[in-house]
Design a protein. Structure first.
Length: 119
């Protein structure tokens, strides 16, 4: 099992930036795929971005493409989500999750970090 802890959330004005971190411990593996998800009040959790173990393959939701960048530092067992040009629609609890490369479902989740963007 992998323990994931998110940090870096907070309150920011529209147009601002935040960098979220997802620190992993336990049965970590540099081969694991790590993703960021978010859930806004009254809405379902949605995919934001993911990154392969090597860091070479990244995927983004259309709503964040060109504004958000996912990266990882395997030496630190940490995945980052750089969020630029934030707008109020980005307000949500952001979660990181991990899965093995042969798994279809995300097996491990963090507790989330709140991001609030004011207009």
């Amino acid at each position: 099992q992998v323990q994931l802890v998110e940090s870096g959330g907070g309150l920011v004005q529209a147009g601002g930036s935040l960098r979220l971190s997802c620190a992993a411990s336990g049965r970590t593996s540099s081969r694991w795929i790590v993703g960021w998800f978010r859930q806004a009040p009254g809405k379902e959790r949605e995919f934001v971005a993911s990154i392969a173990g090597s860091g070479g393959d990244t995927y983004y939701a259309d709503s964040v493409k060109s504004r958000f960048t996912i990266s990882r530092d395997n030496a630190k067992n940490t995945v980052y989500l750089q969020m630029n040009s934030l707008n109020p629609e980005d307000t949500a609890v952001y979660y990181c999750a991990a899965r093995g490369i042969t798994n279809v479902s995300w097996s491990d989740w963090g507790q989330g970090t709140q991001v609030t963007v004011s207009s």
